[in-house]
Design a protein around this ligand. Sequence first.
Ligand code: G3H
Ligand code: 13P
Ligand code: ZN
Length: 303
Amino acid sequence: MLVNMKYVLDKANKEKYAVGAFNFNNMEQLQAIVDAAKDLKSPIIVSTSQGAIDYAGEKMLYNMVKTFDDLEIPIVLHLDHGKDFEYVLRCIRAGWTSVMIDASMYDFEENIQRTKRVVEIAKTLNVSVEAELGHVTGEEDGIIQRSKLYTDPKKAKEFVDKTGIDFLAVAIGTSHGAYKYEGDLELDIKRLKEIKKILNIPLVLHGASGIDQKLIQIATLYGAKLKGAKGIDDEQIKLAVKNGINKVNIDSDNRIAFMTGVRETLANNSDVFDPRKILKLSYKYMYDLTSHKIKLLGSENKA
Ligand code: G3H
Ligand code: 13P
Ligand code: ZN
């Protein structure tokens, strides 16, 4: 059934596990994600970016998710990185059960004002709100000193008190995309602990893809050029969950799974032109990946 994200994450916070939030843009991605959650009896968050809404339209995305309403697992339809107020409103109107207002690129006061405006509307309509303080970087940010943008625990308290958000996305070392860092990376768990201690609300980890090197190897064998693609180790994710993260955002991992399946299928079957056959292996790779994440995050049998 379709539920507000507070219902899912308050339980995760109390019982100290995390729920995966998986981005989707098309039917096969959504099916693989929800089927894995259903089979493992896990709550699940399916997220759409503004770009997904431009691609498929909110009516299509909402109705695809609505087809799973009769399942017994809790399903959240969430707007990921709502940067424009217009998209936030469109999603609330169309039936999304949760939204993220991402004004993390603005200064502290502006972030508060933009976030508050969304909270005031969303709360009256039983839609939960996530916001971000500090900034989880991405490929679009270029070379910057990442730690300068980490979430300040004291500011986080003031931000949550002044805005009334339900969940906070924190910046502790992850970044968006398939090229997260060179060398080794350790998340700032000390900072995370401090934030959790002060706030004790569900916390969100963006940029959490692991970039499965087995999939990268297969994709490379079939022509992909993804040298240096690297993600967050499972052990680091486990540590983050143990210390207060309750929602873990994954997009790049499933994109790679999808692409690998298509490449492998087409390379090995030069006579295939039926989309159902072309996307079958992609579905399997995404299903397996989602299942792995659910087990890693501890949300199996928590539906
Ligand atoms: O965090 C961003 C997500 O990976 C969405 O990316 O805007 O290309 O859909 P997108
Ligand atoms: P990845 O690029 O690591 O999958 O992060 C996705 C994300 O944070 C979506 O909000
Ligand atoms: Zn993100």
